[in-house]
Design a protein around this ligand. Structure first.
Ligand SMILES: [Zn+2]
Length: 405
């Protein structure tokens, strides 16, 4: 008799069973939704960019709220949603132009659809910064010359990243340039540029821009006068045994090949030189930078891409500044040559040496002896041919003994 009575409840049992089966996530889900909040940058200027990823595999998400809250009491909802969903994936892009500067939290809260309404939240901190960095820009020299160099030194009020730069390509051989970071924080930057011998004197300018970590940009356009230079002309008579160095293509090609590796070298990314350069040898300057040269009655013509310092054979030649020896060897035209890398694309060359006292890879300090004055290669008497190049362009080395680039 009793089992008959129980029989009546079987449909109810089945119904409850089916319902429990169908709705099992709702009953058995004790885990809250998982929320992932990400910001592209924790310093924001005009816009906050990030992503939201919320998931609840079992019951699903029933409610979601994302908002920003400031220490100053500022509150702004970014996103809110109701209705059951398995997951929410969203790119966040929030206009912050009217949000006052300060420290903020981006907060995401979610509840799942289970009967427990499991709740979870996640937050990330960020700073709203609308103030562009202050830049202190210094040009050295304030008025550069044709065939000279100019350095652009920038000190920023906060860590910055270099942005767009513009220079006159007719003057600098390029339309933009690279800033090198000098400090660990990213507040001090330096760029060194060489002015072409073919450039025109007169008014010119550089444009530069820097962005702070929040993306606020500061830019400056600096005008300056480029001074003209009178380049003299010299007629040189080479003795017959050295005259072949003027015309022998094979010897010049050999030099070019030997220097190809050095030319292709990137060099140090760090500024190795300190302060002004030393005159590498004591003596008389017999030939200036940029001079026009005519050899043996017009057999060859060239520009003089360094200075000649006359001194007695055997006089010690010193490194003009700290650096790393990247070439030490014999060349046909320039004779025994040492090339020192000073970093950031700045190199110094010492030619026609009688002997070389350093080897490639050596670190040298300002004033260290690197060789002796001689007259090897295309030289008419003992002297040092001293040259400085900036990113592959030769500039007047004498300026480097006067200014701190
Ligand atoms: Zn020379």
């Amino acid at each position: 008799m009793r089992w008959r009575r129980l029989l009546k409840f079987i449909p109810t049992f089945i119904l409850v069973g089916v319902a429990a089966y169908l709705f099992r996530p709702f009953y058995l889900d004790f885990s809250p939704p998982a929320i992932q909040l990400k910001l592209f940058s924790e310093r924001c200027g005009d816009r906050l960019l990030g992503s939201l990823n919320a998931m609840d595999d079992k019951a699903g998400i029933a409610e979601m709220l994302v908002e920003i809250r400031g220490e100053n009491g500022f509150k702004q909802p970014i996103f809110s949603g109701k209705g059951r969903r398995k997951g929410i994936e969203k790119e966040l892009s929030v206009d912050l132009r009217f949000v006052p500067e300060g420290r903020y939290k981006l907060i995401a809260e979610a509840r799942d659809a289970s009967i427990w309404r499991n709740r979870s939240s996640s937050q990330v901190e960020f700073v709203v910064d609308h103030t562009p960095p202050k830049l202190d820009v210094r040009l050295t020299p304030s008025s550069p010359k044709i065939g000279g160099a100019i350095s652009i030194h920038v000190r920023a009020s906060e860590p910055v990243y270099p942005g767009m730069t513009v220079v006159d390509p007719n003057l600098f051989g390029r339309s933009s340039f690279t800033f090198h970071r000098l400090d660990g924080e990213g507040k001090v930057f330096l760029a060194v540029l060489g002015l072409s011998l073919e450039g025109k004197p007169g008014r010119s300018s550089v444009y530069l821009s820097f962005n702070d970590r929040a993306g606020n940009r500061s830019d400056e356009r600096l005008e300056f006068d480029v001074r003209p230079v009178e380049f003299g002309m010299r007629f040189i008579a080479l003795p017959p045994e050295k005259a072949k160095l003027l015309t022998d293509r094979r010897l010049m090609e050999e030099d070019r090949r030997r220097l190809a590796r050095v030319r292709a070298m990137a060099g140090s990314e760090r500024k190795l030189w300190r302060g002004r350069f030393l005159m590498p040898v004591e003596g008389i300057i017999t030939s200036r930078f940029g001079e026009f040269r005519v050899y043996n009655g017009g057999l060859a013509r060239s520009r003089h891409m360094g200075v000649d310092i006359k001194a007695e054979e055997g006089t010690p030649v010193r490194a003009a500044n700290d650096g790393i020896v990247i070439f030490a060897g014999r060349l046909n035209v320039r004779g025994n040559t040492v090339i020192i890398d000073h970093g950031l694309g700045v190199r110094s060359h010492y030619c026609h040496l009688r002997s070389i006292a350093v080897r490639e890879g050596d670190e040298v300090g300002k004033g260290d002896v690197i060789g002796e004055v001689g007259s090897t290669g295309r030289a008419t008497g003992p002297h040092l041919h001293w040259a400085i190049e900036v990113n592959g362009r030769f500039v007047d080395p004498i300026e480097w003994t006067r200014y701190e680039f």
